[in-house]
Write a protein that binds this ligand. Structure first.
Ligand code: T1G
Length: 676
């Protein structure tokens, strides 16, 4: 098999080129090729300096994550980086695309770095539950300073080449089209310069106090995660004056500890699961896509406005329809306010705000949707209303237009059946706030065409959403799994638990909030029949007393003007009244019982969803819960977590509380295997 590494001679300069598509991951073959090429350059007296560059869209984007579960193959990346740095001839890294993780560490092992302005450099290992394990934690603070090293390693966000240049991480910026030529010229310029600058020999220059400041400013952000603290500890080691060698020893020890840990396994699982989710098993990857030049959105409420912003921000014009002028004005006004708030945070320019709003066409004329290639309805969650909308759409939408419903629960097949084009009908379930939440459930009807699905999945990536295909079932994937969680949480209240206990268990687990905190945020009155005299459950009782959640400053909790929650004596009374009415004597409920009845039941529902073919794979279910509900990524999603919890333990917990266990869950335990 040909090596992904080749060398090209330019006089006295040896250019080492990697061609390992799609992202030049530093696979074993790449590492072996790099080692051989550096040795060639060092041994050849006619070579006075070297350049390392990559073909394709990016410089090395990191170690090859697919190799992490396989036996290590020499040379390991730290050895390759050390060898580059030890070269007695200067080596220049020519960077384009994203020099990430091990890629950034290879660049740090080089003596000089030149990059095009569009390039980015980063150490995102922390997002995989890891840390830069090829010397990055010790070279980065020596080259770019402690503060930037902390930011880059503990948060994991890449920085643009310009900022890297200002920080000294990049020595020069090249023209976008002349990177190789300028890198060769740079190598020529420094070929005789001595001493050769080596990152590992530089002192850590700036203020070690930066570590404490960083910890203080970011403590909350890293709650529950192991890797950020390990990254900080490695930088702290470098800042403490420890020798480079001691720092490397510490880094290696921490890297291996994280690599063997459950959190990194979970975060690596989600990295691949997110990418796998974009693949539709029975729709060929090369399916031609429908062209989406203009999107129509029906409804300018919270969802319609948020949905519209996704397309406008991606440069896709939107026609937004409402029935009343004041509703239309309110909706577009909210969109502008949201954009201006983003601009105020420096994440958008005023020009970009105007460009986005300028691509919006508000109208009261439903027929204006006739020119749209994709039309998404985001109206009241009622089947009759949806059917009326799709009946009208069927008459005015252009042939081939994709007709989508943003319904959270309802049957897409029933909606499609009122049209003459069920093959063009699909669900696009955005999560509120639609312009923020990354998850998009793409609901395929029985007749939804393959190219419609492929088009929507590709479009999801363009609007920076993580899309997951769901089948038609009540609540699709995420909300269907929410049902047993909410049902059991309410039953537990009756049996003796309190809202704060149940929420505490969920927050301690790593959820952003518990079931009752979420109910207060979303609205206790959602789905309420609006009859205050009809009180069939605890939610009815709260809703009847206008305890609709944060918006009425009272729900399962009481809220002050700053929406700070406090336990509610009135809610405790209501619960007691219900216990008496139902003849239930409250008992002590353990946290373990809460986990079994609210989380194991979710896993069970996920297994049923898989059995019924309403999700393509177990990892898709994990992606839904990570990106739609804030399930802690370091636990890998419900189905992955169930494996780490132990499927036998989950099944035993379900059986102990009398739940019928999904067949696939039982079979998986029997086979000692995994949920697929
Ligand atoms: N290893 C293996 N495969 C990778 C990969 C990697 N590092 N990065 C991407 N892929 C695959 C990906 O699965 C997908 O495959 C295809 O490439 C395109 O990716 C020792 C230990 C580079 C910004 O964390 O952030 O270095 O689905 O769809 O949207 O210290 O990929 O097509 O079969 O994401 O254009 C550190 C991870 C590793 C970077 C491109 N590096 N990658 O985004 O394409 S750990 C990272 C990304 C490490 C060292 C440590 C993104 C991207 P398929 P894609 P994209």
């Amino acid at each position: 098999m040909t090596s992904p590494i080749r060398t090209e001679r330019h006089g006295e300069i040896l250019v080492i080129v990697s061609d390992n598509q799609p992202v030049n991951a530093l696979s074993a073959a790449v590492r072996q090729g790099l080692e051989a090429a550096i040795k060639e350059g060092v041994a050849d007296a006619s070579i006075e300096a070297m350049v390392i560059r990559c073909d394709g869209r990016t410089f090395f984007a990191g170690a090859d994550i697919t190799e992490f579960t396989k036996p290590p193959v020499d040379p390991l990346l730290p050895q390759v980086v050390d060898m580059i740095e030890a070269s007695d001839k200067p080596v220049v890294a020519a960077i384009h695309g994203t020099a990430l993780g091990g890629g950034c560490e290879v660049a740090l092992g080089c003596h000089y770095r030149i990059a095009v302005p569009s390039a980015k450099l980063g150490t995102p290992e922390v997002k995989l539950g890891l840390l830069p394990g090829a010397g990055g934690t010790q070279r980065l603070p020596r080259v770019a300073g402690i503060k930037l090293a902390l930011e880059m390693t503990a948060k994991g966000d890449p920085i643009p080449a310009k900022r890297a240049h200002e920080a000294g991480l990049v020595d020069r910026l090249a023209g976008e089209g002349s990177l190789e030529a300028e890198a060769i010229a740079f190598a020529r310029e420094v070929k005789a310069a001595r001493p050769i600058p080596r990152a590992s020999e530089k002192p850590v220059a700036d203020d070690p106090a930066a570590v404490e400041t960083f910890k203080r400013e970011n403590g909350r952000r890293f709650r529950g995660f192991d890797a950020p603290a390990a990254n900080i500890a490695c930088i702290e080691k470098a800042a403490s004056g420890a020798s480079f060698a001691d720092g490397i020893t510490f880094e290696r020890q921490e890297f291996m500890r994280l690599m063997m840990g459950v959190q990194s396994a979970a975060q690596r699982h989600i990295f691949f699961a997110e990418r796998q989710a974009s693949k539709i098993d029975d729709v060929p990857a090369e399916t031609s896509l429908r062209e989406i030049k203009r999107v129509g959105v029906i409804g300018a409420g919270t969802m319609g406005g948020g949905i519209s912003m996704n397309f406008l921000s991606a440069g896709i014009p939107v026609t937004i329809v409402e029935m009343q002028q004041d509703a239309l004005d309110r909706g577009t006004g909210t969109m502008r306010k949201n954009y201006e708030a983003t601009a105020a945070k420096g994440r958008m320019t005023a020009t970009q705000v105007e460009a986005a709003m300028g691509a919006l066409t508000p109208t009261l004329n439903f027929d204006d949707l006739g020119e749209c290639d994709l039309i998404i309805e985001a109206v009241y969650e009622n089947m009759d209303v949806k059917k009326d909308i799709f009946t009208r759409l069927d008459k005015i939408a252009k042939p081939g237009a994709i007709l989508a419903s943003n319904t959270s629960y309802l049957d897409i097949d029933e909606i499609a059946a009122v049209t003459s084009r069920p093959q063009d009908v699909v669900g696009m379930h955005f999560f509120s706030p639609a312009n923020v939440m990354k998850l998009l459930e793409v609901v395929r009807g029985a007749k939804t065409a393959g190219d419609v699905l492929a088009t929507v999945m590709a479009l999801a990536k363009k609007i920076r959403k993580v899309a997951v295909v769901a089948g038609v079932t009540y609540g699709f994937i995420g909300n269907r799994m929410l049902i047993p969680r909410q049902t059991e949480a309410t039953k537990l209240l009756l049996e003796g638990a309190t809202p704060e206990q149940i929420d505490r268990v969920h927050v301690a687990f790593g959820m952003p909030m518990g079931p009752f905190q979420m109910a207060d945020l979303a609205g206790v009155d959602i789905g309420w029949h609006r009859d205050p005299t009809r009180i069939e459950n605890i939610r009815d009782a709260l809703a009847a007393e206008n305890r609709w959640g944060q918006k009425t400053k009272a729900g399962f909790y009481d809220y002050d003007d700053k929406r700070t929650p406090s336990n509610s004596a009135r809610v405790a009374e209501i619960i007691d009244e219900f216990r008496k009415r139902e003849g239930v004597t409250p008992r002590e409920i353990s946290d373990e019982e809460i986990v079994a009845r609210t989380l194991y039941t979710m896993v069970n529902e996920g297994a049923l969803i898989l059995e019924e073919g309403k999700a393509q794979r177990a990892s898709d279910i994990d992606v839904v819960w990570i990106y739609g509900y804030g399930w802690p990524v370091y636990r890998g999603g419900p189905m992955f977590w169930a494996q780490t919890e132990g499927l036998a333990k989950v099944v035993a917990g379900l059986e102990a509380h009398g739940f019928p266990v999904a067949k696939s869950l039982k079979d998986a335990v029997g086979a000692g295997g995994r949920l697929k």
